[in-house]
Structure formats: structure tokens, C-alpha cells
Write a protein that binds this ligand. Structure first.
Ligand SMILES: C[S@@+](CC[C@H](N)C(=O)[O-])C[C@H]1O[C@@H](n2cnc3c(N)ncnc32)[C@H](O)[C@@H]1O
Length: 280
């Protein structure tokens, strides 16, 4: 999560108002840029609705939209896990929590061709991502807390035989919805594959993960209270020193036996057992 920033922030830019010692033409450019920044700040201040602010930023800062390779924290290994799963399993649709700027959402749709439903709790990020998805009827965005969103989506008439893939990435704040999200999914649709971002990989300490304190660390201990659900855990088999990008850990959870059997055949994943050997 450390790599994320406020949409309106302008990283790596000199924000000082006093022009340094520059030739006259450069001073002009500097002044023009300072004026443009001031105008933009004023516009953003005047746009009252956060959704509209997000939409405005999407249009005004095309460079911030990112590239396809930046999806999944820029991790080639994670992209392989996703691609392997979507090829190996007959997935009906993808459901994501934590849309943010919608880059990973678009990647998942583009690579798999599957329809995606995604939710975001922050109205500004929602407004931003809605612009990205505007011309794509296969991606539906919601502005909602992930728990109520999941209950709502899963209450729809989904055939229990259909396999759903969930990407759970709505963790950013002290209020960590992850355990509840997993409970809702496996309770309402056991035939699910759950991929969770930012999770500690027990056999490889080179992968990073989220720790919010007060027991809210994304690691196996955090899942212990809901272990009676009976899911199995799979972690990346790629050593972290061969992963790219932010090297965030992840875990895949499945509960139904046919999904467990097929997940055990995936090269990009290895099943967790208490005695799994660690990578030095
Ligand atoms: C780590 S970012 C998601 C990154 C995104 N999936 C990607 O790969 O680019 C987490 C996002 O989850 C959102 N979020 C946090 N708590 C949430 C909740 N309870 N329900 C829905 N969204 C939430 C945050 O506002 C933030 O945009």
C-alpha cells in the first residue's frame, strides 16, 4: 500500500513558488506552470463532489493512468498467477474489492475477457475509475463498502455451479474488512476462488505484506478465527527475488474439493502445509 498516493497529489514536482535562478525564457515557463497549478488547485477546490474531482483528475492527468504492466503492483509473477488461474478454471466472472484507480481491474478484464464487478469505498477513486471503465460494458463499478457490496452481488441469482474468482484488495485503513469478506463469500458461494493481495508468504520473507497493528496483520494467524470454514491456502511458488514490482505477497483460498484438486496442479502456486519448507 506504500506505493499509493492521493489522486490530487503531484509527486516528483518542484512545488516551490519562487523561481530559481533561471534564464528569462525558463522563468516564463516556470511562471506559466505555477499559474496552471494554481488554476488547477482552484478548480479542484471548487468541484464539490468528490466523484467529479476524480473524473476531472482522470482527464487532466493522463500520465497518471498508468500502463498495463503496472497492474497487480507491477508484479510479473502475480500476473502469471492470475493468468494461470483464469486459464485453468472455468470462471464465470471476477469480483474485486478495492478498485482504487482501476488499473488492475482493467488488466484482469483485458487478459481474461471475463466480466468484472468491482467496488470502491472512496468516492474520488470511484469517480476516477468510472472514467477508465466508461467505454467498457464488461466492467461494472460500485461505490460501496466491500461487505455490503459482496452481500448484494452474491444475493443475485448466481448458479451455485458457477465458479467465481474474487480479488480482495480493499485494505487500507484500520477497519480491515478481509475476514468478513471471506466469510461472506464462502458462506454465500462456496464454489469460489479468492485471491488476496498484500498477504504474508510464510515460506518467503522477501515478499512484503500489510500490517495495521492490533492483530490486523495480513498473515495466517489473522485467518485462524475463520479456519473452521475449511478453506485451503496456496502461496506463490516464484521466489521473491525473481518477482518484479512491489513484491507484495498474496494468498489464494479455495474450499471445494474440485477446486483444491485443480489448484494443486498449478505451477505458479504451492499449497501451504504447517511443515512447508522456508526459502532461505
Ligand atoms: C490497495 S488499494 C486497491 C488497489 C487496486 N486493487 C489495484 O490493484 O490497483 C485499496 C483500495 O480499497 C479501498 N477500500 C478500503 N477499504 C474499503 C472497503 N471497506 N470497501 C471498499 N473499498 C475499500 C481504498 O479506498 C483503496 O482505493
Amino acid at each position: 500500500m506504500g506505493q499509493f498516493m492521493n489522486l490530487a497529489s503531484e509527486p516528483n514536482k518542484d512545488k516551490s513558488n519562487s523561481p530559481p535562478h533561471l534564464p528569462d525564457s525558463n522563468k516564463l515557463v516556470h511562471t506559466a506552470k505555477a499559474c496552471a497549478r494554481f488554476i488547477e488547485k482552484t478548480i479542484l477546490f471548487l468541484i464539490f463532489k468528490p466523484e467529479l474531482k476524480g473524473a476531472y483528475i482522470y482527464f487532466m492527468r493522463p500520465k497518471r493512468r498508468g500502463k498495463s504492466e503496472d497492474a497487480f503492483n507491477g508484479q510479473v509473477g502475480r500476473q502469471s498467477i492470475f493468468n494461470e488461474i483464469t486459464k485453468a478454471f472455468d470462471i464465470e466472472q471476477i469480483i474485486e474489492t478495492g478498485t482504487y484507480m482501476g488499473l488492475t481491474t482493467s488488466y484482469m478484464n483485458h487478459k481474461s475477457g471475463l466480466p468484472i464487478t468491482t467496488t470502491e469505498a472512496n468516492p474520488q477513486y470511484f469517480g476516477y475509475s468510472q472514467q477508465r471503465f466508461k467505454k467498457n460494458p464488461n466492467i461494472v463499478g460500485h461505490l460501496s463498502d466491500s461487505r455490503s457490496f459482496l452481500k448484494h452481488v452474491l444475493a443475485e441469482n448466481i448458479d451455485p455451479k458457477n465458479t467465481l474468482l474474487f480479488y480482495l484488495d480493499a485494505h487500507w485503513h484500520d477497519d480491515l474488512p478481509l475476514r468478513e469478506e471471506i466469510e461472506i463469500i464462502f458462506h454465500m458461494h462456496p464454489n469460489s476462488i479468492i485471491l488476496i493481495d498484500d498477504f504474508k508468504v510464510p515460506h518467503d520473507t522477501g515478499y512484503t505484506y500489510d500490517d495495521y497493528g492490533n492483530g490486523n496483520t495480513l498473515h495466517i494467524e489473522y485467518l485462524k478465527p475463520i479456519m473452521p470454514i475449511g478453506f485451503r491456502m496456496f502461496f506463490p511458488s516464484l521466489p521473491s527475488d525473481q518477482e518484479t514490482g512491489a513484491k507484495r505477497g498474496c494468498v489464494v483460498l479455495v474450499k471445494e474439493q474440485h477446486l483444491i484438486d485443480d489448484m494443486q496442479k498449478q505451477d505458479a502456486l504451492r499449497e501451504y502445509h504447517d511443515d512447508s519448507p522456508a526459502i532461505a
